[in-house]
Design a protein around this ligand. Structure first.
Ligand SMILES: Cc1cc2nc3c(=O)[nH]c(=O)nc-3n(C[C@H](O)[C@H](O)[C@H](O)COP(=O)(O)OP(=O)(O)OC[C@H]3O[C@@H](n4cnc5c(N)ncnc54)[C@H](O)[C@@H]3O)c2cc1C
Ligand SMILES: *[C@@H]1O[C@H](CO)[C@@H](O)[C@H](O)[C@H]1NC(C)=O
Ligand SMILES: *[C@@H]1O[C@H](CO)[C@@H](O)[C@H](O)[C@H]1NC(C)=O
Ligand SMILES: *[C@@H]1O[C@H](CO)[C@@H](O)[C@H](O)[C@H]1NC(C)=O
Ligand SMILES: *[C@@H]1O[C@H](CO)[C@@H](O)[C@H](O)[C@H]1NC(C)=O
Length: 522
């Protein structure tokens, strides 16, 4: 293909998308960039057609839009190294590069304005399950792989990872760049706590294997590192024998302190070290306004009394737990569960139990996705806010945020998650940032904006953050989104200096994941 042709189609895309007259002003610059890129051995994997460009300029949030110069669909990991080495060593024009898993970010974190987006999923599947004396079973997977595929492959060997996310159509590299949290985190730690080794392409174009013993600085920086230090092309992940089925229980509370005390008891050290402990603990806020997001769990015959309870109390809290079992534990699971759940203070007669397959449980959000897609409610703006709230202030958070902001505004659609985790299952050497208390809660406002009007949710999010700030509640954002360096410094706190130092070592030219807006301010 002639270069002029490529140039023309690129400008056309941008004009179509932005309807802007400024677009081709940087033509000279872009022209010479293309000239350089097309002389690389990876030229055949670079795409600048309108469809590729527009796919890479949106994400699940549908809030931010950044137009890249090109999309790389690598055939092999070394193609990515070629691109990064070129950007680092040779390119006359600063060229940023962003790995993109599925683009399930909500604030443009996987985008690259005028840069190259690397569509990781073009690398395909490669899953190898192994065993060693020291590690037991583990799996080597590509950073581009979806967790659902990792699950299906490992199950063939009777094993599976122990720490999950609620939704499995996320990539390994994408969740390890954040933390990867779900109801298993209290017991097994986040996904980043279950990695033995990684292959990473750093911002200087070097291909390095890292682990706690080999290039440890890179290893700890990359985990929770928001894509700032390198591109993960392989991860070695811990496995354990897989279960077959799941007892899945929800209990309803009208009293926040009873809810909180029971949730904390269920994740406590004492409880979790029992062999018969729970495998999963989460929770949700139930309101009439967001009942679409929670009612379908309950049977048609239970739904009326739930709706009448939530109307009476306005705000209910739900503890959701699961216990996994197999043939070996089948005969004792009910008794064990009864022991664990006895003496809890939920509303009497408001405990609901299901028995489902292990994969059906882990993949539960997929079923919801398919329903929402059918209704045209999946590809809509998602102004999400995810927070880690220290346990010592969760009661103040309940009063100030749930009761005084969320209930009063009465706009919340989508689930509001709330569940506690144990600090000692996280590794402070990693880049992920959490509150400095033994127990902290994750609170996720998973807003979904059906009519494209996401701004009112954003205003609510700002009000929540302002309330926390004004009242000295030291929350940390998960999947963080900030626009100024000062906010990032506050986010990282004492880790900021280390984060910055390691950035200058592994990505000195500030090429990687510019969409996080940590070092590249527009
Ligand atoms: C429906 C839904 C449910 C979710 N549930 C959970 C949940 O339960 N728990 C949870 O923890 N998260 C959850 N998430 C958030 C999810 O973890 C993030 O969206 C995360 O970014 C993973 O998405 P992704 O793989 O598409 O990555 P992307 O959004 O494509 O990328 C995320 C960031 O990581 C970088 N990156 C991507 N791949 C690599 C790589 N191989 N190497 C280095 N950097 C890379 C990107 O440049 C970007 O900065 C959910 C998201 C959705 C949409
Ligand atoms: C990866 O493997 C899974 C099966 O484990 C398969 O369903 C999926 O389509 C594969 N994906 C690609 C991109 O080949
Ligand atoms: C960059 O260039 C220097 C000097 O020419 C060379 O030593 C180095 O290996 C190159 N780095 C990469 C990643 O290609
Ligand atoms: C909350 O909003 C819903 C939908 O707009 C409305 O039907 C309901 O009456 C509102 N509730 C309160 C308490 O204002
Ligand atoms: C880089 O990270 C490591 C581990 O997270 C940390 O010990 C170190 O101080 C950081 N900075 C530098 C310059 O090594």
């Amino acid at each position: 293909m002639a270069q002029n042709h490529l140039m023309a189609s690129h400008c056309m895309t941008i004009t179509l998308i932005l309807m802007s007259t400024l677009v081709c002003q940087s033509k000279l610059l872009t022209d010479s960039l293309y000239h350089e890129l097309l002389s690389l051995p990876i030229a055949g994997d670079l795409h600048i057609d309108p469809e590729s460009i527009s796919e890479a300029s949106v994400d699940y949030g549908l809030i931010v839009r950044e137009i890249p110069a090109a999309v790389l669909r690598p055939s092999y990991p070394k193609d990515i190294a070629t691109l990064v080495a070129f950007a680092y060593n040779e390119s006359a024009i600063p060229l940023t590069i962003s790995a993109r898993g599925c683009g399930h970010s909500v604030r443009g974190q996987a985008m690259a304005h005028d840069g190259v987006v690397v569509d990781m999923t073009s690398l395909g599947n490669k899953t190898t399950v192994s065993w060693s004396q020291s590690l037991g079973h583990y799996v080597d997977v590509g950073g581009q792989q979806l967790w659902i595929d990792v699950l299906e492959e490992t199950l063939k060997h009777g094993v599976a990872p122990v720490s999950w996310t609620d939704y499995l159509y996320l990539t390994v590299g994408g969740t390890l760049s954040n933390a990867g949290i779900s109801g298993e985190t209290f017991r097994y730690g986040p996904q980043i706590s279950n990695v033995y080794e990684m292959d990473v392409i750093t911002g200087t174009g070097h291909f390095l294997t890292c682990s706690p013993h080999k290039n440890p600085k890179l290893f700890y920086s990359v985990l929770g590192g928001l894509g700032q230090f390198g591109i993960i092309t392989r991860a070695r992940i811990a496995l354990a024998p897989a279960s077959k089925r799941v007892k899945w229980v929800r209990m309803i509370y009208s009293d926040f302190s009873a809810f909180m005390m029971d949730q904390e008891r269920l994740i406590s050290r004492h409880e979790r070290e029992q062999d018969e402990s729970l495998d999963y603990v989460e929770g949700q806020l139930l309101m009439r306004r967001n009942s679409d997001s929670w009612i379908s769990f309950f049977s048609l015959s239970d739904q009326p009394r739930l709706l009448s309870l939530v109307t009476e109390h306005e705000l209910l809290y739900c503890i959701e737990v699961a216990k996994y079992y197999d043939e070996r534990t089948q005969s004792t699971v009910d008794k064990d569960l009864e022991m664990i759940l006895k003496d809890l203070s939920h509303v009497p007669e408001f405990m609901f139990e299901k028995d489902v397959g292990y994969v059906d449980f882990l993949n539960r959000v997929r079923a919801e996705e398919l329903v929402l897609r059918e209704q045209g409610l999946w590809n809509v703006p998602h102004p999400w806010l995810n927070l880690f709230v220290p346990k010592s202030r969760i009661t103040d958070f309940n009063t100030g945020v749930f009761q005084n902001i969320v209930l009063r505004k009465n706009i919340t659609t989508g689930p509001v998650l709330i569940y506690p985790m144990n600090n000692d299952k996280w590794d402070d050497r990693m880049s992920a940032v959490i509150p400095d208390e033994d127990v902290f809660y994750t609170v996720g406002f998973l807003h979904s904006s059906g009519f494209g009007d996401w701004q009112e949710f954003d205003l609510q999010n700002k009000e929540v953050l302002l309330f926390c700030k004004a009242n000295g509640i030291k929350v940390k954002q998960y999947l963080p989104h900030y626009s100024t360096e000062r906010e990032w410094m506050q986010h990282f706190g004492p880790k900021w200096r280390i984060f910055q130092e390691n950035k200058s070592q592994f990505d000195p030219k500030i090429l990687l994941s510019p969409g996080q807006n940590i070092f590249n301010h527009n």
